[in-house]
Design a protein around this ligand. Structure first.
Ligand SMILES: Nc1ncnc2c1ncn2[C@@H]1O[C@H](COP(=O)(O)OP(=O)(O)OP(=O)(O)O)[C@@H](O)[C@H]1O
Ligand SMILES: [Mg+2]
Length: 499
């Protein structure tokens, strides 16, 4: 199936999110869509999938104009989309989810459960997905859940698949598997539009690349282009992903964790006797494959999750049994891995989100009242400084692009008075230019004497920031090594292989 988007324009009020975008997709082609946060990638895909109506322009399938009044029409025309936030129902099985489909569209209901089980098995075998039709979604790792999303589209005969940042939440191994699946699908004639901020992935799988900036197509570089060429086409300037940093000047041990044990919601022991400390002026990074207890560790430090045993001290103060508010007031800053769940209130404005934890203290409060003028001034300064792409400080957080939402959380936390910064996946979904900026800010926090704990599954990020690296595997810290440790050795430690 051949797809053409011709001169698509989509406006939100005065903002032109897509400005005369034209794009073609040949059968069996993997076409990567690159662009900085807020460039208009997801908007364009939502237009293609019938979730948004374009103000101008046409969609053509096999040279015939089509119009989609909703995702049902797009699916019926052979277009499938895997959203970044999965639409699966956790307590249902794979096959049940395939019967249900993503959205109430009307094209569904054509599958019954036995047919769905058979189809899931066929598709899974054909592409080596390794998915059991009767497995419950909640028991599957994220990578497998994503394959279920792909199966859902293929079960409805999708010939064009849109993958919007599919790898943001995957482990390196799951990412490799997905790349292989994409190649196999393409070989079988399925076309794929692929969105990612990881340039290495773009180089690995693309047959064609289109770069958009500020809603316009600005370049169609060769798939052989170097990462730095791609980065500068996206951002419109040179990007340096190697943060410059001086040797750390170590101060007191401000964050001290001793023998910490934490259980998950199902009483599994996720953090198992973990001890470490972070000095002022130091970045300690916790490296590890997603799911080895890092999430629960961060939540426990923040007071979001109950501590089973062990202690947490910040600047000598025992915070083991403290509430989130007490922990924040003790001088901890927190960038959560899931900004939608823990970091932002979607229906609040950006200005409101930028002051979430500080509303009861200076500089935002005057006595018992909020000083709106100060709030708006500071919000606008942060929007400038952190390059948050938004029409105004009064825009609702949920209307921002994914990466710009992340920047709001980072700006808020880095602008507070902190002793300790805990940052989980601080650059997830963020474009290369903003990664450079956020990394510089984290190093600046370290150089100003803060204790910084980074939790990241991205080895590139760990190596760019860490003074010391603690590797976590199955709830334990298997080793704390210095920042000069090789990728190979870290990779082995992350896989639980003794180095
Ligand atoms: N429903 C909406 N209402 C108002 N503005 C919107 C809405 N959806 C998107 N926008 C704006 O349109 C622009 C493009 O957003 P889009 O989500 O397409 O960016 P993106 O390229 O996908 O970025 P990212 O890499 O951060 O995901 C942004 O400025 C965003 O704030
Ligand atoms: Mg997007």
């Amino acid at each position: 199936m051949k797809l053409e988007l011709r001169n698509i324009t989509k406006r939100f009020g005065a903002l032109v999110a897509n400005d005369q975008i034209s794009l073609t997709l040949a059968p069996g082609e993997i076409h990567s869509l690159l662009g900085e946060n807020g460039a208009g990638k997801s908007t364009l895909m939502n237009v293609l999938y019938g979730l948004l109506q374009p103000d101008e322009g046409e969609i053509l399938i096999d040279d015939k104009p089509v119009s989609f009044s909703g995702p049902g029409d797009a699916m019926a025309a052979g277009i499938g989309m895997v959203h970044q936030h999965f639409m699966l129902i956790p307590v249902f099985t794979v096959a049940e989810n395939v019967v249900l489909g993503h959205e109430p569209t009307g094209v569904l209901g054509t599958l019954d459960l036995p047919a769905a089980r058979k189809l899931v098995k066929e598709i899974s075998d054909r592409f080596g997905f390794d998915i059991d039709p009767d497995a419950k979604i909640q028991d599957l790792p994220v990578g497998a859940q994503q394959r279920v999303e792909i199966i859902k589209s293929l079960a409805r005969n999708a010939k064009i698949l849109v993958l919007d940042e599919p790898t943001a939440v995957l482990t390196p191994q799951e990412t490799d598997e997905l790349m292989q699946i994409m190649r196999d699908l393409a070989k079988s004639g399925t076309s794929i539009i692929f969105i990612t901020h990881k340039l290495r992935e773009v180089q690995q799988v693309s047959d064609r690349i289109t770069v958009i900036r500020l809603g316009k197509v600005v370049a169609s570089p060769s798939p052989k282009a170097s990462a730095s060429e791609l980065a500068s086409l996206m951002v419109g300037r040179e990007v340096d992903l190697n943060v410059k940093r001086k040797a750390p000047k170590l101060g007191a041990e401000t964050l001290v964790i001793e023998n910490l044990t934490v259980l998950d919601d199902r009483s599994h022991q996720m953090v198992d006797g973990v001890s470490f400390s972070v000095h002022d002026g130091e970045v300690l990074a916790i490296a590890g494959v997603q799911g080895n207890g890092q999430t629960e560790l961060a939540e426990a430090i923040l007071g979001l999750r109950k501590i089973h045993s062990g202690t947490i001290h910040v600047a000598g103060r025992d915070l083991t049994k403290s509430t989130v508010r007490e922990v924040l007031e003790a001088g901890l800053g927190y960038i959560p891995e899931d900004r939608k769940k823990d970091g932002l209130v979607g229906d609040f404005t950006i200005a409101e989100n930028l002051m979430l934890d500080g509303s009861y203290s200076a500089p935002f409060a005057k006595g018992v009242q909020i000083d709106f003028e100060a709030r708006d001034r500071i919000a606008n300064e942060l929007i400038q400084e952190f390059d948050i792409r938004t029409p105004s400080a009064e825009t609702l957080a949920k209307q921002l692009s994914g990466g710009n939402q992340q920047k709001v959380v980072v700006a808020r936390e880095l602008s507070r008075e902190l002793k300790v910064l805990v940052a989980s996946q601080p650059t997830r979904g963020v474009d290369v230019g903003s990664i450079e900026f956020i990394h510089e800010q984290i190093i600046a926090a370290r150089d100003s004497g803060k204790s910084v704990l980074i939790i990241s599954t991205e080895l590139d990020e760990v190596l760019a920031l860490a003074d010391r690296i603690a590797v976590m595997y199955r709830g334990r810290i298997v080793g704390i090594v210095d920042a000069k440790t090789t990728r190979e050795k870290l990779g082995k430690m992350m896989a639980g292989i003794a180095a």
